[in-house]
Design a protein around this ligand. Structure first.
Ligand code: PEP
Ligand code: MG
Length: 754
């Protein structure tokens, strides 16, 4: 057994020799032949072979020392065939003392490999994707040691980066190897933010450049790694102490991070890789590849989740190594950002004039990144499993958020079709812009008030552009979600004042904090709940933490500076909750007045109708309110008992169905009977067909995402409300589960512009 220092020195010199061989002149094939010879000699192996993947997917023997040279570029294996195929499939090493006895062994007479028993093969991984396999073999039955496996993996990593990094050029036999995916690919995901975009892929976490793989000075590299790990640990510890919240990570996730960041195994693997001659960055990539290959195969969702934690940690560590991860990267024109997931702050850091689209491997439509993408009008498709393995930096990419698809390296006809659709979208936008100052009256003279949903500063710029008649829902929790720590009174009051100033005479309805459920703040400690959507959220949290709610009410009253103020409470489930919340508003108004500060010239306090229970108590609730707004996103999730954030159930029930529409009809009738102003502010209000049905049911105030206003106004202008009412009131009696098709037919019959 060699002493560790000898092994390290050996490894260093092996890597150097490989680098020199690859970088030297001469034909590529001769250089590869030299590399396998060097590896065989260094590892005391009788055989060393390199297999590379062809673009067609086959594995081809590219160079060998020890097998019959005549088999080079002749021996080919289909994906999954033989031990080499098995390694490609698994993306991890195979170490066998008696290879011919392995069930996957496939005998190839042309290679002359009969006498070899011991076999060790490792994948050439690049970005978690196997592009080739490196094999050593010996005659005797032996098991290679863990150190030897580790050594060969490092060699494979260097080789993968050098081959893929163009050091060998792609001349001669190397032409046509599958270093990066090249075929056009269409992926189906979920639509997070509407729109279309065509651009070039920009990886949120780019791979380490091959030039940075081998350390010049191991001691210095080791010190850099240790400092970065130390900084990372300190950063995570301090986040957990609540000093610097990180928006995208919940408390629980952060705790897991801390566990991993302090994990000896992880740290040791990194340090070992550096001691073996890699730079700190390459060490991070190497350990990451290994985790990916191992955990990525796991069936257990818990284990796969852990992989994500490791990935995030690796990204963070790379940022520490680069000195500063916080500075935004320059983007090319028409950038389509590719990421596993993003925090809202991440997205805001990129240059909005260059960023045209967003593709995510994960996330949900209710995720923070999706919310911000919608606010910024950046088309976004999420839940594209395996996306980052399938796309390289600079690839042409299409984001089709109309259908929830991504096209990687699209064919020219697909690009052409998309350009035509983009053109149509632009034309429609221009038409909507022309309607901006036209009031939304139905053909039979009913005025429909179209309002905008907002929640971030960036929304204020578009208020005037859309022609909205006010902000029907201002989601105050967004400010909390994008902040690193709890916004203070002054920051809250300043934002509310900016919103009111920007709106001028137009009304703004501020919804008090709607936290809990999926909206978790890292700096606000919350207990884990089995059913967060049914748990401690919205007004329930506000009433249990009156200090938080009162501070917000105080900030709203201060920001109004004597102007009219509209406040709305989310998820009111009982009259008692509304009574208690309203009492807090009165207390705060009295508090301001006692200090000689102006009370709002007019104060309207409303409730969101989101919990089905209140539908059967409207007679009691409505007289206590100045207005109500129907939050159909939540109302429908509770009505159908289907989690709105869970893709397996969220689309299972149609809002255009008799039960949903009868519930809405009951709310509208209750409001009409008591003369209570009512609006609908769930996402359905922004979809023309749904907005048509709401109009038919008698709703006259609709609040929606900015992009919905033009299309909905066009619908309203073409709508005969009385005819719509008659049609919908018949359809609503149907015994069908969904009446969407019937409503579409009705809309066509009425020549509706949708
Ligand atoms: C709703 O539930 O419909 C709503 C408008 O509120 P949010 O989507 O913020 O829960
Ligand atoms: Mg809601």
């Amino acid at each position: 057994m060699p002493s560790p220092t000898v092994a390290i020195r050996g490894q260093r010199s092996l890597l150097r020799q490989i680098r020199e061989a690859l970088a030297g002149g001469g034909p590529a094939q001769a250089r590869l032949d030299m590399v396998v010879r060097i590896i065989a000699r260094s590892m005391v192996a009788e055989v060393c072979s390199l297999y590379m993947r062809r673009a067609v997917g086959d594995m081809e023997l590219f160079a060998t020392e020890g097998l019959d040279p005549g088999a080079v570029h002749v021996t080919r294996m289909k994906p999954g065939e033989g031990l080499v195929g098995e390694i490609m499939r698994l993306g991890r090493p195979l170490n066998l003392s008696d290879a011919p006895n392995h069930p996957a062994f496939s005998y190839r007479p042309e290679t002359g490999e009969d006498p070899f028993h011991a076999f060790m093969g490792v994948p050439l991984l690049r970005g978690g994707r196997a592009i080739g396999v490196l094999v050593v073999q010996n005659r005797t039955e032996r098991v290679y040691s863990d150190d030897e496996v580790e050594d060969l993996q490092i060699v494979a990593m260097v080789l993968a980066e050098m081959v893929a990094g163009g050091e060998l050029a792609t001349e001669g036999p190397l032409n046509g190897i599958d270093l990066a995916p090249t075929k056009p690919e269409r992926m189906k995901g979920a639509k997070f933010a509407d729109g279309l975009a065509l651009g070039v892929a920009v990886l949120h976490e780019p791979p380490v450049a091959p030039s940075q793989l081998l350390a010049e000075d191991i001691g210095a590299e080791d010190a850099r790694l240790k400092t970065a790990i130390h900084e990372l640990q300190a950063q995570i510890d301090s986040m957990l102490e609540g000093q610097h919240g990180l928006v995208e990570a919940s408390y629980e996730v952060l705790e897991t991070y801390r566990m991993f960041a302090h994990d000896r195994g992880w740290n040791r693997s990194l340090e070992e890789a550096v001691r073996n001659g890699l730079t700190a960055e390459a060490a991070v990539e190497r350990v990451r590849s290994e985790h990916r290959a191992r955990l990525g195969q796991a069936r257990d969702p818990y284990l796969r989740e852990r992989l994500h934690d490791f990935e995030d940690l690796a990204d963070r560590l790379l940022r520490h190594l680069s000195g500063d991860g916080a500075t935004a990267r320059a983007l090319p024109d028409g950038a389509i950002l590719i990421a596993r997931n993003l925090g809202p702050a991440d997205l805001l850091e990129y240059d909005r004039t260059k960023l045209k689209g967003l593709l995510l491997e994960e996330g949900s439509a209710a995720s923070h990144a999706a919310i911000v993408a919608r606010a910024l009008d950046i088309p976004c498709v999420g839940r594209l499993t395996g996306l980052r393995d399938k796309v390289s930096e600079g690839d042409p990419v299409i984001v089709d958020a109309e259908t929830g698809e991504a096209y990687l390296r699209p064919r020219p006809d697909v690009v052409k079709a998309l350009q035509a659709r983009l053109e149509v979208r632009l034309q429609r936008r221009a038409e909507f812009a022309k309607l901006r100052d036209t009031p939304a009256f139905t053909r039979d003279g009913a005025k429909i008030t179209l309002l905008m949903n907002a929640g971030l500063d960036v929304d204020l710029d578009i208020l005037a552009e859309t022609g909205a008649e006010g902000i029907g829902l201002f989601r105050t929790e967004f400010q909390f979600m994008v902040a690193e720590e709890m916004p203070r009174f002054s920051a809250q009051a300043a934002l509310y004042a900016r919103v009111m100033d920007a709106a001028g005479d137009l009304p703004v309805t501020f919804r008090t904090l709607d936290l809990g459920g999926d909206k978790v703040l890292p700096y606000l400690e919350a207990e884990r709940e089995d059913n967060p959507a049914l748990g401690w959220r919205a007004i329930r949290m506000g009433l249990d933490r009156p200090a938080l709610l009162r501070l917000q009410l105080r900030a709203l009253i201060a920001a109004a500076r004597g102007r009219a103020l509209r406040i709305m409470f989310p998820l009111v489930s009982s009259v008692d909750e509304f009574r208690a919340a309203r009492a807090l508003v009165d207390t705060e108004v009295a508090w301001a007045q006692r200090r000689g500060r102006p009370a709002p010239s007019r104060l309207d306090v409303g409730a969101m109708i989101e919990a089905p229970a209140v539908i059967w108590h409207l007679d009691a609730l409505l007289p206590m309110t100045d207005f109500v707004s129907v939050g159909t996103n939540d109302l429908m999730q509770y009505l159908f008992a289907a989690d709105r954030g869970n893709p397996r159930v969220s689309d299972r029930y149609d809002f255009l169905s008799p039960p949903a529409l009868r519930a809405l009809e009951a709310i509208q009738r209750g409001c009409a009977e008591t003369g209570t102003p009512v609006s609908v502010c769930g996402e359905m209000a922004g979809r023309p067909l749904e907005a048509f049905v709401l109009t038919a049911l008698g709703f006259e105030r609709l609040s929606m995402p900015p992009a919905g206003i033009g299309p909905v106004k066009q619908m309203v202008l073409s709508c005969d409300r009385e005819a719509a009412r008659r049609g919908v009131s018949t359809l609503i009696k149907s015994s069908a589960g969904s009446i969407r098709n019937e409503i579409e037919t009705l809309a066509r019959k009425l020549y509706l512009a949708i």
